[in-house]
Design a protein around this ligand. Structure first.
Ligand code: EPU
Length: 340
């Protein structure tokens, strides 16, 4: 039986902690419940939005439609041999809890993605990534239900069209499919540990780890994230607000002559990715605060709600930052969060 709530506060459903209301909200805890909802007049009469952990969304006003809160739970082993395990995790599971489950079993592959807020279903949506690993490297398939027909469809990794913080579910097939579970392929031995990215090596050293393991890498990543990213339970935020922009190598070289220290990660031999956090810091926005909203003092890519801030205020702040970066560097920053 599905239950639809009316005029619901969304404050608890978004990590920015923005006060906004939804006309309707329905929690879906099974595939059968979703199929029942798809047949209901409430689904068919207006707009809908599928909500995971609310950790990548900015509400700029009330939502005059149906919020579908994903609540499917469960983690199952679907196949294993002595080298690998394939696990199916349902979309309403908390992502970090899944990582901890893998770490506790010494299954390798997702340890660098520790402490990323949000749900399992949101992970393929935007191809979550951190510390040299993207979820696209581990995904075997994604089980979905087509909203228009209620038909089940399994997407292979290739069919997901993964890119940097992108997938087919965010682009061509946006709002067309409900993700019900994700199947990941993890290692049981000979783990391909990714220990070289950013602050990982020095953190492992501080932890006196000489032979890294799935567990120690997860602990190192948790330590790094806690040291510079604000905890949404304490200060409202949605992680990186912008994507790191990719620019032409020619533009990068011109910038390098003026800003010797500009960081860059080659994408191919014509293009290079530049950290948006660095660009924002150069524009002197890091740590700035306007009333209840601001730019995090330890990571300029993260916009924060100190409490009582509105979505509109965050949006205006983001537009000021975009204008400053465009003016100083002639680079356009694109939001990574979904703005509603
Ligand atoms: N930097 C600055 N100033 C800042 C922030 C960063 O100069 O305020 C510089 C750093 O010194 C470094 C570079 O920018 O040279 C990269 O910084 P960092 O390693 O912190 O990563 P990022 O590029 O800012 C990305 C992801 C994060 C992910 C980290 C670690 C995006 C949009 N963000 O941030 O993901 O945790 O790498 O892998 O790609 C998220 O998506 O919500 C998220 C937090």
């Amino acid at each position: 039986m599905i239950k639809v709530e009316e005029n619901v506060s969304l404050k608890e459903y978004n990590t920015f902690g923005i006060e906004a209301r939804a006309k309707y909200l329905c929690r879906i805890s099974s595939e059968a419940e979703l199929i029942a909802l798809l047949k209901s007049p409430i689904f068919n009469e207006g707009e809908h939005y599928i909500l995971g952990g609310g950790s990548n969304i900015l509400f700029t006003g009330d939502f005059d439609g149906l919020m579908i809160k994903v609540d499917l739970k469960g983690i199952e082993i679907v196949a294993e041999d002595e080298r690998e395990v394939r696990i199916k995790a349902y979309s309403g599971e908390n992502w970090h809890q899944l990582v901890l489950h893998a770490v506790a079993n010494d299954w390798g592959g997702i340890e660098n993605l520790s402490l990323i807020p949000g749900t399992v279903g949101a992970a393929p949506m935007q191809n979550i990534g951190a510390y040299g690993v993207e979820i696209k490297n581990l995904i075997e398939s994604v089980d979905t239900i087509e909203l228009a027909t209620g038909l089940f469809r399994t997407f292979t990794n290739e069919e997901c069209g993964f890119g940097y913080r992108e997938s087919v579910f965010k682009k061509e097939l946006r709002k067309k499919y409900f993700i019900s579970s994700v199947t990941l392929r993890l290692t049981k031995k000979n783990h391909q540990l990714n220990t070289s990215y950013g602050a990982i090596p020095e953190t492992l050293k501080e932890m006196h780890v000489t032979i890294p393991t799935v567990k120690s890498i997860s602990e190192a990543v948790i330590k790094i994230r806690r040291s510079k990213l604000p905890d949404p339970a304490v200060i409202g935020n949605a992680g990186s607000f912008f994507k790191n922009p990719t620019i032409r190598l020619t533009q990068y070289k011109n910038l390098q002559s003026e800003y010797v220290a500009i960081p860059g990660y080659p994408v191919d031999n014509q293009n290079i990715k530049v950290p948006a956090g660095w660009l924002i810091e150069q524009c002197e926005w890091k740590g700035k605060r306007i009333n209840n909203v601001g730019v995090h003092p330890k990571q300029a890519l993260v916009l924060v709600n100190y409490g009582g801030g509105t979505g509109e205020e965050i949006l205006q702040l983001s537009e000021k930052i975009q204008a400053a970066v465009l003016e100083k560097f002639d680079i356009t920053l694109t939001p990574e969060v979904n703005i509603l």
